[in-house]
Design a protein around this ligand. Structure first.
Ligand SMILES: [Zn+2]
Length: 274
């Protein structure tokens, strides 16, 4: 059952033999008898292995076992390729470090504490292609007869389309750009491209962080709007959604940043000097 010899458990390496062993949970030590200085393998089969695959597996198993020194010491767990050390978090970390650079962020996603975890997690998943758009569900093998955008009907419903490229999304982004006083954003690329553009704005670091939080809030609002359309056939007017984005981003900024004294009016005018 355990990975003892080779990179998989013996039952995976020798499936035909595993089927005919009487004791599926037998330890290796229960499968041989010591005779003088050697050992005699003593398997318990339901019947003698006789098929081509069983005989081949038996032959391979003996070859593998011959290469292994079997000691009488107590069994221990260790991390693969770290046989000399006891299992510890340090060893696991070293093992992982061989394969991945732990200092490298898993994605290009930038965290932002000024917005809600729900909206952050949503955008992160969207960038990873993991939100349940019609196109994503179809790609996962679901039978989706119509994968077009339920809001405009003009293109396939992908994360990029719903959150950026849909005509409805573009109208929202236009309002947002207008509100925060930036030139119209390029909405033809990916979510990552959009963030890149926002990070490149000639504003102070804090203002860019606020804009980033607003962008995350905007995508979350666009997704909620899309769900409203898909599940209840309702979707909001542009003006109303824009106001909701202003309000939600104001609330989370007040609750989560140190700029607690910012007034509603200052935020609505985007009159922020940090
Ligand atoms: Zn659309």
């Amino acid at each position: 059952m355990d990975t003892w010899l080779g990179s998989n458990p013996l039952r995976v390496q020798f499936p035909s033999l595993y089927l005919i062993t009487t004791n599926k949970k037998a330890l290796v030590s229960e499968c041989y008898r010591k005779i003088n200085s050697g050992r005699l393998w003593d398997w318990k089969w339901e019947r003698i292995p006789n098929s081509e695959s069983e005989l081949r597996e038996l032959n391979d198993l003996y070859s593998l076992l011959q290469l292994q020194r079997i000691s009488c010491s107590k069994d221990v767990w260790y991390w693969h390729n770290f046989e000399q050390q006891d299992l510890s978090t340090k060893v696991v970390r070293q093992a992982l470090n061989r394969n991945i650079d732990l200092n490298d962020p898993a994605t290009d996603f930038v965290w932002n504490r000024w917005t809600t975890n729900k909206s952050l997690m949503f955008v992160w998943r969207a960038m990873e292609g993991k939100i349940q758009t019609a196109a994503a569900l179809r790609n996962r093998g679901l039978n989706i007869p119509d994968t077009s955008c339920k809001i405009c009907g003009a293109a396939e419903e992908t994360a990029e389309h719903v959150l950026i490229q849909c005509n409805f999304a573009k109208r929202i982004w236009d309002k947002i750009a207008n509100w925060i006083g930036i030139p119209m954003i390029n909405l033809e690329g990916s979510i990552k491209d959009l963030f890149q553009e926002l990070f490149g704005l000639q504003r102070s670091k804090k203002v860019r962080k606020a804009i980033h939080a607003i962008a995350i809030q905007t995508m979350w609002a666009l997704w909620k709007n899309r769900n409203g359309k898909v599940f209840s056939n309702k979707h909001g007017p542009v003006q109303l959604i824009t106001e909701e984005i202003k309000e939600a981003s104001y609330k989370s900024l007040k609750a989560r940043s140190k700029y607690t004294s910012i007034t509603c009016q200052e935020w609505w005018d985007f009159n922020v000097v940090w």
